[in-house]
Write a protein that binds this ligand. Structure first.
Ligand code: NDP
Length: 329
């Protein structure tokens, strides 16, 4: 799937092209991988524009990239064999010629879909862990607010907060079904942000204020959180999805000056700087999943031809948990 035009606003079908190409046999040090699951993630919207960012833009006319799980069908590397399951970054395509250095083997776990490595056992899960524990420095007894709480990162962040002893965890999401899911999965309170001003809904859900805010949304959610944060409160600025398709600069939080008097810490982060924490995260999360402390959810769309629709759906809130695209055949 190629990007052929840079989207303005919601990425239209015309911005993408599904192309068929012949792939050569793998050269020395390469693997031919049959992708089984590919990831669609919010950060890809940033890569579709040519604005300066922490990752370079997708090149026009070339297949896009992104997390993928696949099976090695031919290997020209001594480190991999046909049949190995691998994770790599050449998604958005059925078959990929992957440099061996860009692939990592995954041990199949009975009862766990390989797609979990694109979600709870992968980048979004680590984002939740690092953002909550290292960036916002959540402590047992804290009251925590998480926006985008029913998504890949948010749903894990909320459950980690409970598992690590938060006194109260509040989540916001965009539909009644998601709010019900949050209430059934460890969140003490949850609201649909369409039901009124976020500031008012958050005040009702956390009347005594919050110690920690995990920001996936930005805009009105960040503004409400700044109002609700207690003195010395901490916010992990993870994403600002409310502005990703915006065609005008978003209005900033109008209450940032409160951060001074309240001595707030508002700290951005990018998960790729924190890969070393994976070795701590994975065993802890494996335990929580085994005990049922954390429940994992994903939304699966079938077929590469539907991947751009899945991506648009992700930005529009059609997913509960991680959005992935399954490739068959
Ligand atoms: P999600 O699974 O949370 O999917 C995106 C969700 O955003 C949608 O399901 C939708 O849910 C919600 N959303 C869309 N528009 C709005 C809006 N205007 N207001 C409020 N919510 C909205 O995605 P991820 O879990 O993968 O990512 C969550 C956030 O984390 C994103 O901002 C992403 O960019 C960021 N991120 C940052 C990383 C980092 O290293 N800093 C790494 C990974 C992700 P709803 O129905 O609730 O509206």
């Amino acid at each position: 799937m190629r990007l052929v035009a840079r989207p303005v606003g919601v990425p239209a079908d015309e911005c993408f092209e599904l192309a068929e190409v012949d792939l050569p046999d793998p050269a020395d040090g390469q693997l031919l991988v049959h992708n089984r699951y590919i990831s669609v993630d919010p950060y890809m919207r940033g890569r579709m524009t040519d604005a300066k960012s922490y990752v370079p833009p997708f090149e026009l006319g070339k297949a896009m990239e992104g997390g993928a799980i696949g099976e090695v069908v031919a290997s020209a590397s001594p480190d991999f064999a046909a049949g190995d399951l691998v994770i790599h970054n050449l998604g958005w395509r059925d078959l990929a010629l992957v440099p061996a250095g860009g692939a990592r083997k995954i041990e199949p776990t009975p009862g766990v879909s390989p797609s979990a490595h694109l979600g709870v056992l992968g980048m979004p899960g680590l984002t939740a862990y690092v953002g909550l524990l290292d960036i916002a420095e959540m402590k047992p007894g804290d009251t925590v607010f998480i926006s985008g709480a029913a998504g890949a990162v948010g749903s894990v962040a909320g459950q980690i907060a409970k598992a690590r002893g938060a006194a109260r965890v509040v989540g916001s999401a965009g539909t009644p079904t998601k709010v019900a899911w949050l209430r059934e999965n460890g969140f003490d309170a949850a609201f649909d942000y369409h039901d009124g001003p976020v500031r008012k809904l958050l005040k009702e859900a956390a009347p005594d204020g919050i110690d920690v805010y995990f920001d996936n949304v930005g805009g009105d959610h960040l503004e409400a959180a700044i109002s609700a944060l207690k003195p010395f409160g901490r916010a992990a600025l993870c994403g600002a999805i409310s502005s990703y398709n915006a065609t005008e600069p978003p209005a900033g939080p109008n209450n940032l000056s409160l951060a001074v008097g309240k001595r707030l810490t508002l700290r951005g982060f990018i998960v790729t700087d924190h890969g070393r924490r994976m070795k701590d995260y994975l065993p802890e999360m494996a335990g929580w999943l085994r005990e049922g402390t954390v429940r994992w959810q994903e939304t699966v769309v079938d077929g590469l031809e539907n991947a751009t629709g899945a991506f648009r759906g992700l930005l529009a809130g059609e997913n509960l948990g991680k959005m992935v695209v399954r490739l068959n055949g």
